[in-house]
Design a protein around this ligand. Structure first.
Ligand SMILES: Cc1cc2nc3c(=O)[nH]c(=O)nc-3n(C[C@H](O)[C@H](O)[C@H](O)COP(=O)(O)OP(=O)(O)OC[C@H]3O[C@@H](n4cnc5c(N)ncnc54)[C@H](O)[C@@H]3O)c2cc1C
Length: 303
């Protein structure tokens, strides 16, 4: 089933993102999380792709197993960086052969230093809109792209950033997922600006549950989204008490998700870091997904 069939329903949904595990222990953690989330009926689950193909086989294997061994709708990510077009065609062919109908087409960052100089592969692609076109040409895929509520770090202006996002949709993208952020206004502004530009594909907010001090610090570093001063003030008193920090952080995340749902988003996309507990708690608190999962906390999984 296509992602767009799952997110265009009459009630909001949730979806989850995983990364392909590197070893057996990671594999076991991932599958515990997948099985636990499966019972809540996420709209789709996505598996990231290591820039430059570093996770190529693991991404294909993990997403293919989700397609065959679960009831879930799988989506594989694909990055253009360091690949020739011939290599990209092979990966896209492997996705099709594995029965994966959804692809998130992103450019990827230069390996090593995400903000380092971008050097195109001599036989490769330069920007994500070209990858969207390639995926579209090679099969009947539903294609998603990345969006940046506070602009991509390399974008010269918000206007330019919006024009690039619109170009990806014009190239054939069916929906977009946003980079994580810590307050909803930037996301809602981007959604309004997309609509004003005549771009009516669904935009899903990317949500990273605020469970640790590290998440609070690393989030803005990774995403370019600002750290709201009011949030720092609210959270800093819990800096030395991990349990209290987590409780307050989950309240903050739930409040932000509620606001987004009130504003009519069609779904919430959770960055899970291959864990399930925080996502299950939020999904149940917000009344999303199926109601047949065991109570949050019943399974001893951290996260
Ligand atoms: C939901 C989501 C999932 C992601 N998954 C992965 C993953 O699995 N693996 C991974 O490695 N990374 C992933 N990323 C990170 C992503 O690869 C990086 O953020 C990357 O820097 C940007 O990718 P993009 O697809 O937005 O690139 P693009 O849309 O190509 O944009 C890259 C930059 O180029 C500019 N640009 C675009 N087109 C043009 C043009 N024609 N001329 C001039 N400038 C242009 C844009 O404004 C932007 O500054 C993900 C990001 C998100 C939000």
């Amino acid at each position: 089933m296509k992602v767009t069939q799952r997110i265009r329903g009459d009630r909001p949904v949730f979806s989850v993102e995983f990364f392909p595990p590197k070893d057996e222990a990671g594999e076991a953690d991932l599958w515990r999380a997948i099985r636990r989330l499966e019972s809540l009926d996420p709209a789709f689950v996505s598996v990231t792709y290591g820039a430059g193909g570093s996770s190529r086989d693991r991404t294909i294997r993990t997403t293919a197993r989700i397609a065959t061994d679960t009831t879930l709708v799988p989506m594989a990510h694909l990055t253009a960086v360091s690949h020739s077009v011939a290599e990209l065609r092979q990966v896209i062919g492997a996705y099709a052969a594995a029965g994966i109908p959804n692809v998130l087409a992103v450019r990827g960052d230069p390996p090593g230093d995400p903000l380092g100089e971008w050097i195109a592969h001599p036989e490769g692609l330069n920007y994500a809109d070209e990858l969207v076109q390639l995926v579209r040409r090679l099969g009947d895929f539903c294609v998603g792209v990345a969006a940046f509520p506070y602009g991509h770090p390399r974008s010269p202006s918000p206007e330019d950033d919006l024009a690039r996002l619109v170009a990806k949709v014009r190239a054939g993208a069916d929906f977009a997922i946003s980079q994580l952020f810590l307050e909803p206004e930037g996301f809602l502004r981007l959604r309004d600006r997309m609509a004003a530009a005549g771009c009516d594909v669904p935009l899903l907010p990317g949500i990273m549950p605020l469970t640790t001090v590290r998440t609070l610090r690393r989030g803005p570093e990774l995403s370019g989204a600002p750290l709201p001063p009011g949030l720092v003030e609210r959270m800093e008193r819990y800096a030395d008490d991990p349990a209290a920090f987590r409780a307050a952080g989950m309240d903050v995340t739930a409040e932000m998700c509620s606001r987004l749902l009130e504003e009519g988003v069609c779904g919430l996309h959770f960055y899970t870091l291959n864990r399930s507990t925080a996502t299950v708690e939020l999904v149940q608190r917000l009344g999303l997904g199926a109601r047949r999962a065991e109570p949050a906390g019943a399974v001893p999984v951290s996260g």
